[in-house]
Design a binder for this molecule. Structure first.
Ligand code: SAM
Length: 282
């Protein structure tokens, strides 16, 4: 095992602080320093920015980020058992680590950001990962407070984020991600890399915000994608009936074939659909 700092090995940290992993908190700890360093490198350069990490746990990825030169790391952790271990890291790295105890879903990240550029890097707890991502990519104000997201998800979720039209994984999450960001799948992690091993392969995704996403109401994009993918095997003329109005007219105005299915429509098509739906409401 490579050494990245003089702190005790992660297995020792976990044993010393009795951090037995809890399923209810989505705890699968990544102890392989080659992999934590690889994730930190994927988010580089870090010297000039504040990194926001969600769920540092015993601090493996946190240490990799600090060792890679992150100017400052703000880490939000819900499990109070992890706080003493994280305090040791903060002391070792001259206070460059600030730990906030709490639920990342309830803490406003914009208020934490200050004037620094923010990069979000996290091995996300699987039970709240998708919701956190949606919060970061669909705020009303754009560009967002972050300049990149380097995130670990279950591979199936990662595939949905980066999927293109025509693939099985393409769905609502792909459209929302594609509307506002450019995203890439970087590399997979075998379940054996984690303690305890999860049931499925994980993957690291890198996302950057598009500077000028197509104009559209987030709420209406969410409504049309929910309706279309809610019944993804049906033709749009049938699935969009749930929106209330005449679906054929809406589809014609958006320049889409009424016989097409949701998975054939690209992001531009969904944006047109959302905009025509908005006009119909107005
Ligand atoms: N970063 C560590 C690693 O890579 O080994 C731990 C990752 S583990 C998959 C997810 C972490 O998120 C756990 O430490 C868990 O306690 C924390 N967590 C779970 N739900 C959370 C929430 N709502 N807000 C903040 N942290 C949360």
């Amino acid at each position: 095992m490579p050494q990245i700092d003089d702190l005790p090995p992660l297995r020792e940290v976990i044993a010393n602080h009795s951090l037995d992993a809890r399923k209810s908190l989505g705890q699968n700890f990544l102890l392989d320093l080659n992999l934590t360093s690889r994730i930190a490198r994927a988010a580089a350069p870090l010297e000039d920015c504040t990194v926001l990490e969600i769920g540092p746990g015993p601090g493996g990825l946190t240490r990799a980020l600090l060792a890679a030169g992150a100017k400052r790391v703000i880490a939000i952790e819900k499990d109070t058992r992890c706080l003493p271990a994280l305090a040791e890291i903060s002391a070792h790295y001259d206070g460059r680590l600030e730990v906030i105890e709490g639920d990342a879903l309830k803490i406003d990240p914009v208020a934490l950001a200050g004037s620094d550029k923010i990069k979000i890097v996290a091995n996300l707890p699987y039970n709240v990962g998708t919701q956190l991502l949606l919060n970061w990519i669909t705020p009303d104000n754009w560009p967002p407070f972050w300049s990149s997201l380097t995130l670990m998800f279950q591979k199936e979720v990662g595939a949905r984020i980066v999927a293109r039209p025509g693939s099985k994984a393409y769905g609502r999450l792909s459209v929302l991600a594609g509307w506002r960001t450019e995203s890439n799948m970087l590399f997979d992690l075998n379940p054996k890399a984690f303690t305890p091993p999860p049931k499925v392969t994980s993957t690291v995704i890198h996302m950057t915000p598009l500077s000028e996403p197509l104009h559209c109401s987030r709420k209406n994009l969410e409504r049309v994608t929910s309706a279309a993918f809610g019944q993804r095997r049906k033709m749009l003329r049938a699935s969009l009936k749930s929106l209330g109005g005449p679906a054929d007219d809406l589809l014609e105005r958006a320049g889409l074939e009424p016989t097409a299915r949701a998975e054939e429509i690209d992001v531009e098509g969904f944006v047109r659909l959302a905009n025509c739906f908005s006009e119909g409401l107005g």
